[in-house]
Design a protein around this ligand. Structure first.
Ligand SMILES: [Zn+2]
Ligand SMILES: [Zn+2]
Length: 333
């Protein structure tokens, strides 16, 4: 067993977009017969037994199968979804529609809620520092004189850049301030409820951005700062993020009651609209079927890309993998 890799290199910086129809490409081909690192040398991808700082990924032969390994410390790798097939959605997956990034932050099939780990440093992780000083909530000005804390309404600290007694806030007071003061627009459609940040969600005093979730030390479940009205039954939460700034920008709650085909795109008929030129009018569809959530690309111009956090099995289908300005078409031969 070996793999053939057709390599297309876009000669200019492409700002994270790969124009699949472009003619301005350098195309080469390699055959990989053993485990090898893939090294980007100027515009050429070469295979090598040793890794260096320009390693974009690796082909690995293990237990009778062949995998592609990404090297996210250097550069992210994405697999392009084949528009011919639906792909099952998993919690924690990150997709790119054009330049726009979405993350499956919560997924529920049946009655088991799965919450994604904080892979992309979007959440705030804080320590609980009881008993150190008298804490006063900067919203309601109440002090915790008895040092007893309501577990449903803990004091949060170090969420933003505010120091000293200005750093304390009740969870419920902050949540109220975020959700009921015109900072978030709630829009309901047939299959979704969409929560868009009207303005940057940030501390009014120090202007540090606020997260959608907070984890308190030693607590497994995060505290949600966005009030999402969840309905019974299966759902997913699609979260638009910018990883560059470690920020969430909107939450889209998708339930399984409606027409069961949710279109994502730039066009006005799309239920989830992305106003970005890199998103196609009808870019991808999400659906719920056979107790699972699915996604299918709709032959979009820049593709629906799923991040490869670690490895991807190379099977009988050709895999198109995008890494910066490089596109690999990998197949078994
Ligand atoms: Zn308070
Ligand atoms: Zn602040």
């Amino acid at each position: 067993m070996q793999v053939s890799i057709e390599i297309a290199t876009w000669t200019q910086n492409n700002h994270g977009l790969f124009d699949y129809e472009s003619k301005d490409l350098k195309i080469t081909k390699i055959i990989v017969e053993n485990s090898m690192y893939l090294i980007l040398n100027k515009d050429v991808v070469e295979q090598s037994k040793t890794q260096n700082e320009k390693c974009i990924g690796k082909i690995n032969f293990e237990n009778g199968q062949i995998y592609y390994y990404s090297n996210p410390k250097f550069i992210d790798s994405y697999v392009k979804l084949d528009p011919k097939y639906k792909q099952q959605l998993q919690v924690g997956e990150l997709f790119k529609f054009g330049r726009i990034e979405y993350f499956i932050s919560e997924l529920n099939i049946g009655d088991k809620v799965q919450i994604a780990e904080d892979h992309y440093n979007l959440d705030r992780h804080i320590k609980s520092d009881k008993n150190k000083v008298t804490r006063q909530c900067k919203f309601c000005l109440m002090e915790d004189l008895e040092q007893v804390e309501d577990p449903a309404n803990p004091y949060l600290t170090n969420l933003c850049g505010c120091q000293g007694h200005m750093s304390y806030v009740h969870y419920q007071c902050l949540k109220l301030w975020i959700n009921f003061s015109n900072r978030i627009t709630r829009k309901q459609t047939q299959n979704t409820v969409q929560y868009n940040w009207n303005q940057a969600l940030e501390c009014e005093i120090c202007k540090v951005p606020l997260p959608a979730r907070v984890y308190i030390e030693n607590q497994k479940q995060p505290l949600q700062l966005i009030q999402v009205d969840k309905m019974d039954g299966s759902y997913i939460i699609l979260e638009q993020i910018t990883r560059q700034d470690n920020l969430s920008k909107s939450l889209i709650f998708i339930h399984a009651f409606g027409t069961n085909l949710i279109s994502i795109g730039r066009g006005h008929i799309s239920e989830v609209r992305c106003q970005d030129i890199s998103v196609s009018r009808n870019h991808a569809h999400i659906s719920f079927n056979n107790d699972n959530w699915w996604i299918q690309d709709q032959k979009s111009k820049f593709g629906t890309l799923r991040i490869i956090p670690d490895k991807l099995l190379i099977d009988d289908e050709v895999k198109e993998i995008q890494i910066g300005r490089v596109l690999l078409k990998i197949k078994l031969i």
